[in-house]
Write a protein that binds this ligand. Sequence first.
Ligand SMILES: C[S@@+](CC[C@H](N)C(=O)[O-])C[C@H]1O[C@@H](n2cnc3c(N)ncnc32)[C@H](O)[C@@H]1O
Length: 430
Amino acid sequence: MASPNRLIELSNVIAEKTKVISDFLASKGLEPPSFDVDGLADYAISPDDKEAYEARLELITASKELYALAHGPKDYIRNICWDAMDPLSLQAIWAFRVPQAVPLTGKISYEDLAEKCHQLSGVSVPPFTLRRIIRHAITNRFFCEPELGFVAHNRASRVLLEEENLDAWVGLLCNDIWPGFACTVEALRRWPGSGEPNETGINVAYNHNVDWFDHTSRNDVVADRYSKSMKAHGGGVGFDISHTVTGYPWADLGKGTVVDCGGSAGFAAMAIAQAHPNLTFVVQDQEHTITEETKAAVPQHLKSRVRLEVHDLLKPQTVVGDVYFFRWVFHAFSDKYAVQVLRSLIPVLKKGAKVVVNDGVIPEPGTVPWMNYRSIRCMDLLCLAVANTGERALDDWIGLFKMADPRFKFLNAWQPPKSTMWFIEVEWQP
Ligand SMILES: C[S@@+](CC[C@H](N)C(=O)[O-])C[C@H]1O[C@@H](n2cnc3c(N)ncnc32)[C@H](O)[C@@H]1O
């Protein structure tokens, strides 16, 4: 139970952690981030700056709790339901290209903005409606109204203008997937306990029976948005590809062959190949991902060691490798299909071949900072809504391999320093 002094405790934590962060930034001659249009969009604090980095996570945890407690439970419930409007105004400003329509310097009237949005998005939104949407977005700190009736950028809306991958992330979540979130409970009612990828909120929302990857591949624009969104999500500190490169003893494989299963356009394989000149990679993904264009994008100096090919992970594997690497792939498969993916490897597995998973592991509640725990819980629900899958705790991962075949022997699992994702290493011991 919260102590009566919890408000004071939290405000003390907040004061203390804010000071740690401010002192750190001041010592480096840096400004804190700001929503001013020319402010910093991000903290210049890396996980290497341990004290300041942890202080920031603790500040976020404490301020979220303080925010909730300052409401009190009743008001908090009333307000959290109002949060359902957040993706609505965000989807609208994204869809009507408002960040692109507002000038980067100066301001624009709602009337002129409506006209500009019409030109850019093809959608005619009356100035009155656009004003309602933007004034809601302003409550979420997107844009500002420096003079009544005029809109200007702030730092957050400017990010949407300038950062293509984050703009795609907003579009994917608020436009493409959001209808699926709203229909997930209906999907759970319709198909209780289903692990099928085509019995989800997305299927209810879009009224079709294909899985998420078919759904995205049918529309080049959505497929492109999905791929950019993966980069935006992977752009978070803990998801940096450097953790994948340095977090596993790749050098121990000598002149080995790594099959990067579901490796997208090969950016992880290329990053590892760059650091380990003895390794060869075969990147496998679906037809719409492995195109002539993505193949041509492999830099000349890596072409002899990084080959991209179309392969359906649910079909028998054909490449004999030393390591079958799955980075951030299994949460697209419910246990039923994840087991099928693993069993599909068996025909080509030589004794001692490894399966290496680089993915999320749900931590025990209370063992990681709130922001990190929340992020994996959000991803878990996203997976439920789009694919009837989810994130896995360590026991779930170990159980998955056992379920696939007892000859998959669990070796080790670890979370490299500063990485959000874990490595799980399994060996084929027939
Ligand atoms: C979340 S992405 C991860 C991509 C990449 N490994 C990374 O680290 O960012 C999952 C990938 O699995 C691929 N995928 C899903 N189902 C597949 C299947 N049946 N066969 C091959 N690839 C598949 C998707 O196309 C996508 O590129």
